[in-house]
Design a protein around this ligand. Structure first.
Ligand code: KMT
Ligand code: NI
Length: 184
């Protein structure tokens, strides 16, 4: 099951640490849902294989209209411009569309802002399918293994562009905030 927790307010130190607040405060899937963050588990075997036709992923793709898919591997020797990319993934940003990641191998952390602008850290591992809504402020980092491999899904032609905070006047942000006020 996916794990999520409130982060330590101290932003110093290695971003790849767990950075749990003290004492630890867990965040439930229910709480994530109220932020518009959706989670599903899809079984992936030791060879990175998962069921396509008739499987859970297939159903989710149909339901949500995800018709684009590619694979990204974030590792020093696999991702061109690794240092730059790792930096930009960890800049607080939003997108005009959902950010959908299906983790095939390795592990990492997606940090999302809650209603009170606090950071919640979501640990993702193999089999986790995470959907961040358009307009949510977030960031990503690997853990200390410096390795994650994930499929990126999208509806139509992918738009990966991050809009760094502040992006408060963007319609994606305004619409997200409007929806957020109805979920809590
Ligand atoms: C992103 O946009 O932050 C990423 O693609 C990170 C790697 S996917 C787990
Ligand atoms: Ni992003």
């Amino acid at each position: 099951m996916v794990q999520a927790w409130f982060m330590n307010k101290d932003e110093e130190g290695d971003q790849r640490e767990e950075r749990q607040c003290d004492p630890p405060r867990a965040v439930s899937l229910e709480d994530l849902k109220k932020l518009g963050v959706l989670y599903s588990y899809v079984a992936v075997d030791d060879n990175g294989k998962y069921r396509e036709e008739g499987g859970d992923l297939h159903r989710i793709k149909e339901e949500r209209g995800y018709n684009y898919e590619d694979t990204i591997t974030v590792a020093p020797d696999k991702l061109p411009g690794y240092e730059e990319k790792i930096k930009s993934f960890f800049e607080e940003h939003l997108h005009t569309d959902e950010e959908i990641r299906f983790i095939l191998d390795g592990c990492g952390y997606f940090d999302v802002r809650n209603k009170d602008d606090e950071w919640i850290r979501i640990k993702v591992v193999k089999g986790d399918l995470l959907v961040l809504p358009a307009g949510i402020y977030h960031r990503f980092t690997t853990d200390k293994t410096n390795y994650i491999c994930a499929n990126r899904l999208f509806v139509g032609e992918p738009v990966w562009k991050p809009h760094n905070r502040p992006a408060d006047e963007m319609s994606a942000r305004l619409e997200y905030l409007k929806a957020l006020s109805t979920w809590a």
